[in-house]
Design a protein around this ligand. Structure first.
Ligand SMILES: Nc1ncnc2c1ncn2[C@@H]1O[C@H](COP(=O)(O)OP(=O)(O)O)[C@@H](O)[C@H]1O
Ligand SMILES: [Mg+2]
Length: 384
């Protein structure tokens, strides 16, 4: 039977007297019928929906026609535990290795053709775990997936879900899953280790274990086509039982040489100067995440605006790059002298005495003295 999963949801909504759930999934069913050319049937459903009580029709949101209703909140902090967005993201904004792109497509196909796979007993639950270092595009990938599926993205910041009130965390979780169950959407559990890591902080271990158990129960109770994406920087903290619940797993790598070139080009935009050697820039930014490349690009573009430059001057960009690098390496550059020596130690060719003098508004003589005094002789390089 086609569209079985939508029909089951509509029945569930009706039997639970949950009009908004029935309404949302009837809308989705009409969308799917339209897409497959069954215009008459879709029209019949839409007419029924229009005749639904006024209050319900009023709850229809512009984006996707999904009723959002009132968001669940944590009663202790009064913060929303769920945030709703309708991402629009092009594939061309997210640079990933081909192997990862294939896995992303596989996940999307599993969601889109779920019913077909169910028929031949080959469907996997639509659960994806994205893990990797900070700034590698995990949040961006979940936005991209929601955008491809044209579903609202319901983001849960797992740390706000953890309530200071004992026992409230499990209630918060229950609320989130109840809420998500009422509409076609992507549930995104961001900073997932905050919830799913059974160890690792000073809180009562017993309570955290109860949270993990309640998380497992909620995931198991959700239907297999409820789309759940979780993201974490600390996959080693995840409880193995949680790990097993995710049938799709994507490790996010740091960008390689080619992807770094593309990210630089994309983020420097029209301020990119013709003289810039992107290949060299990408080589020298090895090990940096996409988020840091984006940050450095923004810094460099702002510098250019302030200086009244139409294009970004190469050595100003490299200066921003190496200043970002110093933060990552934990090197403290408190004074201009520190900066000058650091830049020189990083790249003698780009940071010639003349360029440094120009960058810091000092004479070549002063620069030479700074370098000499710091003991950063040209062979050794700066060690501070
Ligand atoms: N592979 C990538 N391709 C393009 N941009 C990226 C990539 N990785 C990171 N970025 C940039 O870094 C920013 C932050 O990424 P984000 O998704 O928040 O990382 P994470 O969730 O892994 O910490 C993004 O908005 C994006 O501009
Ligand atoms: Mg993130």
């Amino acid at each position: 039977m086609d569209y079985l999963s939508e029909i089951l949801k509509i029945i569930e909504g009706a039997t639970k007297a949950n009009a908004s759930m029935a309404n949302n999934y009837a809308g989705l069913l009409a969308d799917k019928l339209e897409q497959s050319g069954e215009l008459k049937q879709a029209k019949l459903i839409r007419e029924r929906l229009l005749r639904a009580p006024q209050a319900l029709a009023g709850a229809q949101k512009a984006g996707g026609g999904v009723s959002i209703g009132s968001l669940p909140i944590d009663i202790d902090s009064r913060l929303n535990t769920v945030d709703v967005s309708y991402p629009k993201l092009e594939k061309s904004e997210l640079y990933l290795p081909a192997g990862i792109n294939t896995r992303v497509d596989e996940f999307i196909t599993n969601v889109q053709r779920f019913d077909e796979f169910v028929k031949v007993d080959a469907a996997l639950p639509s659960r994806l775990l994205i893990y990797g270092k900070p700034g590698t595009g995990k949040t961006m990938l979940s936005r991209y997936i929601a955008s491809r599926l044209e579903y609202p993205l319901l983001t849960v910041r797992c740390d706000t879900l953890i309530s200071s009130l004992l026992g409230q965390t499990s209630k918060n979780l229950r609320q989130v899953f109840d809420y998500v169950n009422q509409r076609p959407c992507v549930l995104f559990l961001d900073e997932f280790d905050a919830l799913a890591g059974a160890r690792g902080n000073e809180r009562d271990i017993g309570e955290l274990q109860r949270v993990v158990i309640s998380l497992l129960q909620n995931i198991d109770a959700a239907s297999d086509n409820t789309i759940i994406i979780a993201s974490t920087n600390h996959e080693q903290l995840l409880d193995p039982a949680i790990w097993r619940r995710f049938s799709f797993r994507i490790p996010m790598p740091l960008p390689d040489q080619h992807q770094r070139e593309l990210i630089w080009k994309n983020r420097l935009k029209n301020m990119l100067s013709n003289e810039l050697d992107l290949c060299d820039l990408a080589k020298k930014s090895e090990g940096l995440s996409g988020a840091i490349i984006e940050q450095v690009s923004l810094d460099a573009r702002r510098d250019a605006v302030i200086a009244g430059d139409k294009k970004i001057i190469n050595h100003k960009l490299y200066r921003r790059l190496y200043l970002a690098q110093s933060l990552i390496d934990g090197v403290n550059l408190h004074t201009y002298e520190d900066e000058i020596c650091w830049l020189r130690s990083k790249d003698k060719k780009i940071f010639s005495i003349r360029v440094l003098a120009e960058l810091y508004g000092l004479s070549a003589r002063v620069i030479s003295n700074v370098l000499k005094e710091s003991g950063s002789n040209e062979q050794k390089g700066h060690t501070g």
